[in-house]
Design a protein around this ligand. Structure first.
Ligand SMILES: C[S@@+](CC[C@H](N)C(=O)[O-])C[C@H]1O[C@@H](n2cnc3c(N)ncnc32)[C@H](O)[C@@H]1O
Length: 213
């Protein structure tokens, strides 16, 4: 089925992982409630177990499903919308949901080399041209942050129904090694359900981190 709108990447996406727009808010993690949340995430990730990260989990079905399915792993979810985090049911002890901008979290809180798999399921395409460069998740800077967070054999999994977004991400990840899909669990994300219901094509890829990120 054809896609409803054309999408193009921003002309000037952020390239420096330490100077992405989201970092304007990263000082939040240094004080008060946000500092204790960040400390809680660091403590969670200090548990000896493989850890996965889902960015933009929305209703959290996939996050929760993976946590229940693989209790020997840690499943961290980061979601920018507070209401989504607040609406989650109680989570098993191997699962943690954090309200934060994933880019700032990756830059300042997630320990380098800690995450085995990063799941990005149907990232917002940001149709508004004026804010796309600032808000779009995928950029050269974001890819560098993911590489830094992943273990040496760690991988990033992307699903999207926007073909041009998938191609853009593929170009950003051209130094990475395409690899097999990670285990995805039993649940479909909300957007994936819509795509499946409406017969919309899904583009999926998994890439392993380059040797020297
Ligand atoms: C299009 S929705 C997809 C939600 C879900 N993954 C799915 O497949 O149905 C994108 C999600 O990413 C979240 N998001 C967008 N930018 C984010 C960021 N910088 N950090 C964390 N979450 C973000 C949005 O709030 C939203 O829940």
């Amino acid at each position: 089925m054809s896609e409803p709108r054309s999408w193009s990447p921003p002309a000037h996406p952020p390239t420096d992982p330490d100077r992405i727009p989201a970092l304007n808010g990263s000082h939040l993690f240094a004080a008060g409630r946000h500092a204790s949340e960040a400390e809680g995430v660091r403590a969670f990730l200090s548990i000896t177990a493989p850890a996965s990260l889902e960015i933009g989990f929305d209703h959290g079905m996939c996050l929760l499903d993976r946590a229940r399915l693989w209790p020997e792993t840690l499943q961290l979810g980061i979601e920018i919308r507070e209401a989504r985090v607040a609406a989650l049911p109680s989570l098993p002890s191997n699962c943690r949901a954090w309200r934060a901008d994933a880019r700032a979290a990756l830059a300042t809180v997630i320990p380098p080399g800690r995450i085995s798999t990063i799941y990005v399921l149907f990232p917002d395409p940001i149709w508004n041209d004026t804010v796309r460069a600032r808000r779009l998740l995928f950029s050269p800077a974001f890819v560098a942050l993911c590489a830094r967070a992943l273990t040496p054999t760690g991988c990033l999994h992307l699903a999207t129904d926007i073909k041009a977004y998938f191609e853009w991400a593929g170009r950003l990840l051209s130094a990475w090694q395409p690899t097999a899909l990670p285990e995805l669990g039993r649940e479909l994300s909300r957007r994936e359900r819509v795509c499946s219901r409406d017969g919309i094509n899904i583009h999926r890829g998994t890439w392993q981190r380059p040797a020297c990120p």
